[in-house]
Design a protein around this ligand. Structure first.
Ligand code: ADP
Length: 432
């Protein structure tokens, strides 16, 4: 029996034996209930005791973990701030000027080189733009910055100011976390390119002068050899004729190299003279096919021009347009190989749409190896299979062709597979 109940009964009845039967049964029932609830109570107490212990342990663990996380965050923050200050130091001391803008076009960073270039020693970054626009007055800096903020990447390749030459690059800074990239700022890089440009200029000047000087003696040689071959100075035997023919060919190659070098210096200086007129491209293509027919025959090439019924005119320079297609068709002829059925076809076709003319020149020749294709429009580049086939060429033709086509507002590209031929696609704007 519960101790408290026992004590009360003894106090009332003297001893437990004196308790009347009915009350005893009732009290035993009460006692049973008490004891059970006592047990439950102690069970609950034990459970509470356990969970409070667990809570304390968990609390300790949590506190340790919290401390560890706090330490990690502190270390990482320190690391990041060291990296940031390292980056900042690098950016500050770079030899290229850098000005960073946020999305709203406000300057958030300007490095030492940019300060030096635009002569800005103020601490108030809001005046940077004014200084920048003043420094490059006459160049489209403001317009390019606005277009860059709208997502374009732009370049002013040569901005010449007070005897110095700068290159300005306008770039958006993009982040992409799995989705479409979004811009978080804009950057203007300003590079002083004075030295390299002056070196380039003196190189092209040297090439221009040398080429000019070479032109006269080469033309004289050409004339003299032609007179000898015409037998103006007397009969030739076969041996003499052959030697003179070789001299004439080498002289022609040299003349063509000199002309290409002169074209390149003009293209680079931006003063390639173009006499732009409405030109009939079909007339030009027909003439080239005619002029190259003998050359094609010696290579066993069948030249075919699908002349369209209607042919709108293009705005171009007649001679330069001739030069472009002569070069492309000559390439198609000389890089053909006719080992299948003896004849190698070269097809020229023209497609029209309202604003453009598309010219296609395709051959079934040696093709251009995949890994070399991106270099093919570069200066002096010749693919390995072409060098093995003909060694006397320069690799300057396509560079000039592309520059001229672009000066006409057109485009040029090609598709090619080694040993399976090449197709060049040229697109030119038509005259309205
Ligand atoms: P060149 O013909 O004097 O070498 P180009 O600048 O005209 O110089 O051409 C550059 C290179 O492009 C060539 O040497 C050749 O490797 C490649 N090429 C151009 N046209 C063709 C063509 N139709 N088929 C195969 N290769 C070509």
């Amino acid at each position: 029996m519960h101790k408290a109940l026992e004590r009360q009964l003894i106090r009332c009845y003297g001893s437990l034996q004196n308790v009347p039967e009915e009350q005893r049964v009732f009290l035993e029932q009460v006692n049973k209930t008490y004891t059970e609830s006592d047990q439950e109570y102690s069970l609950m107490e034990r459970a509470l005791d356990i969970s409070s212990k667990e809570l304390t342990e968990a609390n300790v663990l949590l506190r340790e973990e919290k401390k560890e996380i706090e330490k990690k965050v502190k270390d990482r923050t320190k690391e990041l701030s060291q990296e940031k200050s390292k980056l900042n130091r690098i950016a500050q001391n770079m030899n290229t000027g850098a000005i960073l803008f946020n999305k709203n076009g406000q300057v958030t960073f300007i490095n030492n080189k940019a300060r030096e270039i635009i002569k800005f020693d103020d601490m108030d970054d809001s005046l940077v733009l004014e200084k920048l626009f003043n420094k490059f007055e006459g160049f489209p800096v403001e317009e390019y910055l606005e277009r860059c903020m709208a997502g374009e990447t732009l370049k002013i390749p040569e901005a010449e100011v007070s005897h110095l030459i700068f290159e300005l690059l306008f770039q958006s800074l993009l982040i992409s976390d799995g989705e479409d990239p979004t811009s978080f700022g804009h950057l203007i890089w300003i590079r002083d390119i004075t030295e390299e440009k002056l070196l380039d200029r003196s190189k092209s000047e040297l090439v221009a002068i040398a080429s000019h000087q070479l032109r006269t003696p080469l033309t004289v040689t050409k004339g003299n050899v032609e007179m000898l071959l015409d037998e103006s100075f007397g009969k030739l035997n076969d041996e003499q004729r052959e030697v003179l023919a070789q001299t004439a060919e080498s002289n022609e190659n040299l003349i063509s190299l000199v002309n290409q070098m002169l074209d390149i210096t003009k293209i680079e200086k931006g003063n390639l003279y173009l006499n732009l007129k409405a030109v009939s491209l079909d007339v030009i293509l027909e003439k080239i096919v005619d002029d190259l027919s003998v050359y094609a025959k010696t290579h066993n090439v069948l030249l075919k021009f699908d002349k369209p019924k209607v042919m709108p005119k293009v705005l171009a320079d007649n001679d330069r347009l001739y030069q472009v297609f002569q070069n492309l068709i000559e390439n198609a002829i000389q890089y053909c190989h006719n080992d299948k059925d003896g004849v190698c076809p070269v097809n020229i076709s023209v497609g029209l749409n309202p604003d453009k003319i598309n010219i296609k020149i395709s051959d079934l020749g040696i093709g251009i190896p995949k890994q070399e294709q991106e270099k093919i429009f570069g200066m002096f580049y010749r693919a390995s299979n072409a060098v093995n086939l003909i060694s006397s060429r320069t690799g300057l033709g396509l560079y000039i062709v592309k520059s001229i086509v672009e000066l006409f507002g057109g485009t040029i590209r090609f598709e090619s597979e080694e040993n399976n031929g090449t197709t060049f696609y040229i697109e030119l704007p038509v005259v309205k």
